[in-house]
Design a binder for this molecule. Structure first.
Ligand SMILES: C[S@@+](CC[C@H](N)C(=O)[O-])C[C@H]1O[C@@H](n2cnc3c(N)ncnc32)[C@H](O)[C@@H]1O
Length: 249
């Protein structure tokens, strides 16, 4: 069976895998996963570790942490070729992905590359995972969007002007890839009176998960594996005290 499955795991917690995902993982003879550096431990591989078995071949795929197009494109191409070879040699193959397979996922580039390569007889299957955003909202009991509200998903902005442009677009915002940007973002949110309605969710699903009201998190940098969830408003049908209760973490 020339099957390649792109599979979302976690975030953090191995138990968040879907039943379809667990079945695919158990049947896989090759398990591929992204690594940021050759020899490094892959985060998705660590999450899936409890479900792996000894007979499976491991295939780390190097995706450099850069926005420089050339090394990125080389890495996607190389990963796609390695996967095609693995499918020929030791199928079925699973490529692990942290969270959902379609949201800011390295796997998406591999899928696009494979589609361009149009490999005959390659069956490609994508099994969605739980986004870090959904896992954070569930862990914090934080409704993400209600009624007609809009939810905007974006990387954390780089400047106050970019922040204002995003705030103008939606009531709810989920900022990804926060890391060092928290240093200025915290101050900008405070100046806009949004700190009390903002939640920082760090390393969701991992044993050291932190869900912190933004006001309690100092302005230093936070983990790259952090989300900043900003609620600008509750829907008008909600009694005030219900909204206040829902803002607490
Ligand atoms: C490359 S994206 C991967 C997103 C992932 N595919 C998803 O569905 O959530 C990485 C960003 O997602 C967020 N993220 C991923 N895992 C996380 C976690 N366990 N806790 C908090 N945020 C996480 C962070 O904002 C991080 O910078």
């Amino acid at each position: 069976m020339a099957l390649l499955t792109i599979l979302g795991v976690g975030p953090g917690d191995p138990d968040l895998i879907t039943v379809a995902g667990l079945k695919a993982l158990r049947q896989a003879r090759t398990v591929a996963y992204p690594v940021a550096q050759p020899g490094a431990e892959g985060m998705a591989a660590r999450i899936a570790a409890p479900w792996l078995h000894l007979e499976q071949r491991h295939l780390p795929l190097h995706f450099p942490m850069t926005t420089n197009p050339e090394p990125c494109q080389q890495a996607w191409h190389c990963a796609a070729r390695q996967l095609v070879q693995a499918v020929a040699e030791r199928p079925p193959v699973v490529l692990l992905c942290e969270g959902d397979v379609s949201l800011y996922a390295s796997a998406s580039y591999v899928v696009l590359q494979l589609q361009r390569m149009a490999i005959p007889r390659l069956t490609l299957r994508l099994i969605p995972g739980v986004t870090a955003m959904a896992a954070a909202a569930a862990a914090a009991h934080w409704p993400l969007a209600l009624q007609t509200q809009q939810l905007l998903i974006a990387p954390a902005p780089e400047t106050p002007t970019a922040l204002d442009a995003l705030l103008a677009k939606a009531e709810m915002l989920a900022f990804h890839k926060v890391g060092q940007r928290w240093a200025w973002l915290r101050e900008a949110l405070e100046q806009r009176d949004l700190l009390p309605q903002t939640l920082v969710a760090e390393r969701v699903g991992w044993p050291d998960q932190r869900l912190v009201p933004a006001a309690e998190l100092p302005a230093g940098s936070c983990s790259y594996f952090s989300l900043v969830l900003v609620r600008q408003a509750w829907p008008s049908l909600l009694p005030r005290d219900l909204g206040d209760a829902g803002t607490a973490v």
